[in-house]
Design a protein around this ligand. Structure first.
Ligand SMILES: [Ca+2]
Length: 702
């Protein structure tokens, strides 16, 4: 590597590129395996009391087990975005499930691609947008089902038959066998849906654990007495929040084949008979629900373990094992009944921590472990370090390679920063951030102004906050300082990066459509009478006509754009001035009850802002403006008037037309008819962007 670097510096680009290609074969392959919601408590290499995971244990036995790997934000999509970017949620823009990952930003797959790696992702993705930086991808659509998944590829949807954990593995093995380019090292991301809710086991494991009792955790009947209101008001208890679908008491079979259905009915038919005859209630019912949930959860893991074993076997047989780093982790941890819970989200240990085991033959000593505090924030940096590629300065974690090699790392982090955002949301876990050190954890639920402090040495189950205990006053003060230091270090000042607004700011002012009724294209011009208007020609409408229609298209794409829409109007009643789109996406400027109003649709959500009063039977120049900050406001005769509202942007291009004088086709606004305009319209225009004062004056001054 030293020789290569010298060559790059001395001779520059071309030679560097040639050398990299020659040397590429020597760099290790990276196989990154991630399951979804896999608790470290359910892995035998972490001392599981509830199951055995012999294949996953192989990775640990032949490599290193990380006993303190933490996530920055314990929830699926955000964790994935952190791993791809090496940045906290507020900087990668994906803070909660339902967000859409901005694929235009830097990510580790793109950087590895540039460094000469072949890249692929197979299995769960769950980031809304399509993968970027991957040569090949074959992903579940959203969460994806447990059986017979449709999967998305660059070439379209592929329908699979089979159990999803097996299908994802078959595709992964297929990629290794058929698509791998032997001249390049690979970065292969192999991600399971399992064991995510609602824990549907594969056919092979439907009856495993049927005749045994799974041990209960010590805190199954936690009463939350020692903590604040957040722990008391959540909605993720086994006792009250698991639903009949989770517990397999309802029909699960929407997409099953007949064979799958028969196996399923036989297994759960028998189990349900026992439940119905037992007549359980109270703690006994909670215990039954715990058994039911945990057994299905473990059955899902049995399939993951078996399938990871298939991939490890293939690596051995193909000779790839020797130069392939195998990493196994989960997107975050999980409650297996601890605190009476299922699910994740909290900064408490079970969900804050995630499993991480790494095998790197010849580099990582077999059977080692570490209690260094590492994070999913470090993964991207680690992959780049393994590949010998530069780690960008704006990534926020650190390569784990020195820890893997058991080098001295005296400067390694001594505290971990956490920030969770998804409230209101499923399971009602309050937003919180906090800091964990070797011994203590300070959590702030900032929207309800509550603090919790745990002494993990004396209270490893985190049952009693000592925040108000005078004996811990100094510790609390020190931890608050450390929390502030970390928030500063990670640039978390409460602002979340808004890629949409950044994109909107880059839009150059452009006239998207203009309607001069004295000289309008016959294809665009529809109904109404052309008359003399305020300066030129106007169209007269009586509420039953559409003056003009422009089909949607590239030029009429409002996606993430600021906009200005308006013109001269002489109202003799209500109606639409201009509308583009329909019930899914779009905007409409209209007059209702003598006021100017503007509606916007964002993925079906309708919002309407009621603006200034407009005189009837008189000429006014009116416009609605959506500015580069995503704020809507009105202009009347060139002046700002009326209220404003921050709505953001239209997230994609509507299928419906732009229509003038009525809302044609599917309706954007809060009216039930096309809402034809009554009166005269003249010089109607739509701009992408916001007009400067002089241009607005020119348009609005007679
Ligand atoms: Ca998850």
């Amino acid at each position: 590597m030293f020789y290569l670097k010298v060559a790059c510096i001395a001779v520059g680009g071309l030679l560097c590129a040639l050398r990299s290609a020659e040397a590429a074969d020597e760099r290790p392959n990276i196989l990154f395996i991630m399951s979804d919601d896999h608790a470290y408590q359910a892995m035998s290499c972490y001392g599981s009391r509830v199951n055995e995971t012999p294949n996953l244990d192989r990775i640990a036995q032949e490599g290193m087990r990380f006993d303190r790997c933490f996530v920055t934000n314990s929830i699926c999509g955000p964790a994935r975005a952190v791993i791809l970017t090496g940045k906290y949620s507020h900087l990668n823009g994906f803070v909660r499930n339902g967000n859409r990952f901005n694929g235009a930003q830097q990510n580790v797959a793109k950087l590895l691609q540039q460094a000469g790696y072949q890249t692929a992702v197979i299995g769960k993705w769950h980031l809304g947008s399509d993968p970027t930086g991957f040569d090949d991808w074959h992903i579940l659509v959203g969460q994806g089902p447990y059986y017979n998944p449709p999967m998305k590829t660059p070439g379209g949807i592929v329908q699979h038959t089979g159990y999803t954990t097996d299908v994802i593995t078959d595709e992964t093995l297929g990629w290794l066998q058929e698509k791998r380019d032997e001249s390049q090292p690979f970065f292969l991301v192999y991600q399971h849906k399992a064991p995510h809710r609602n824990w549907q086991p594969g056919p092979k494991y439907l009856n495993k654990y049927d005749n045994i009792q799974i041990p209960e955790p010590a805190t199954l009947f936690d009463d939350y007495a020692g903590r604040g209101s957040a722990a008391k008001s959540q909605e993720m208890t086994i006792a009250r929040h698991l639903n009949p679908h989770d517990l397999k008491l309802t029909d699960q079979r929407a997409s099953f084949t007949e064979e799958q259905l028969a196996a399923w009915q036989q297994a759960y038919g028998e189990k349900n008979k026992t439940f119905e005859s037992a007549g359980l209630e109270g703690d006994a019912l909670t215990r039954w629900k715990y058994q039911r949930f945990v057994k299905d959860y473990l059955r899902c893991i049995d399939s993951v373990d078996e399938n990871v074993g298939r991939v490890l076997d293939y690596l051995d047989e193909s000779g790839l094992a020797e130069n392939t780093i195998v990493i196994y982790t989960s997107d975050q941890g999980w409650y297996l009944g601890e605190h009476g819970w299922y699910d994740k989200r909290w900064m408490y240990e079970e969900s804050f921590r995630t499993p991480l085991i790494v095998r790197w033959p010849g580099k990582v000593a077999a059977g080692t472990s570490t209690d260094k505090m590492v994070m999913n924030l470090d993964f991207a940096e680690t992959f780049l370090d393994i590949a010998g590629a530069e780690v960008p300065k704006d990534m926020q974690g650190h390569s784990l390679v020195p820890i893997l090699r058991e080098e001295q790392t005296p400067e390694w982090r001594r505290s971990v920063y956490y920030h969770y955002y998804e409230f209101p949301g499923p399971h009602a876990v309050q937003k919180h951030y906090g800091v964990r050190t070797e011994r203590y954890k300070l959590i702030r639920f900032y929207e309800i102004d509550e603090w919790e402090l745990f002494d993990l040495e004396k209270d490893p189950h985190e049952l009693r906050s000592v925040y108000t205990d005078p004996a811990y006053a100094k510790i609390a003060t020190d931890l608050k300082q450390e929390l502030e230091r970390l928030r500063d270090q990670y640039q978390d000042d409460g602002q979340i990066v808004d890629f949409e607004a950044q994109r909107a700011k880059q839009v150059k002012l452009q006239l998207a459509a203009a309607f001069d009724f004295g000289a309008l294209d016959a294809a665009v011009r529809k109904q109404g009478t052309i008359v003399d208007g305020w300066q030129g020609k106007a169209v007269r409408l009586d509420g039953k006509q559409t003056a003009a229609i422009v089909p949607t298209g590239e030029k009429l794409d409002p996606t993430y754009k600021p906009l200005t829409v308006g013109g001269w109007i002489y109202p003799a009643g209500d109606g639409v001035i201009a509308a583009q789109g329909g019930a899914g996406l779009g905007y409409s400027l209209f007059v209702h009850d003598d006021t100017l109003q503007f509606s916007m649709r964002q993925q079906g959500q309708l919002r309407t802002l009621s603006g200034p009063r407009i005189p009837q039977r008189d000429w006014s120049h009116v416009a609605a403006v959506l500015d580069a900050e995503g704020v809507v406001s009105f202009r009347v005769n060139g002046q700002a008037e009326g209220p404003s509202a921050a709505w953001g942007f239209i997230p994609s291009r509507p299928a419906d037309n732009l229509s003038i004088g009525a809302d044609s086709g599917s309706l954007v606004g809060p009216y039930e008819t096309p809402a034809g305009f009554h009166g005269l319209l003249e010089d109607i225009r739509v701009y992408w962007g916001v007009l400067d004062a002089a241009s607005l004056r020119e348009w609005s001054t007679p």
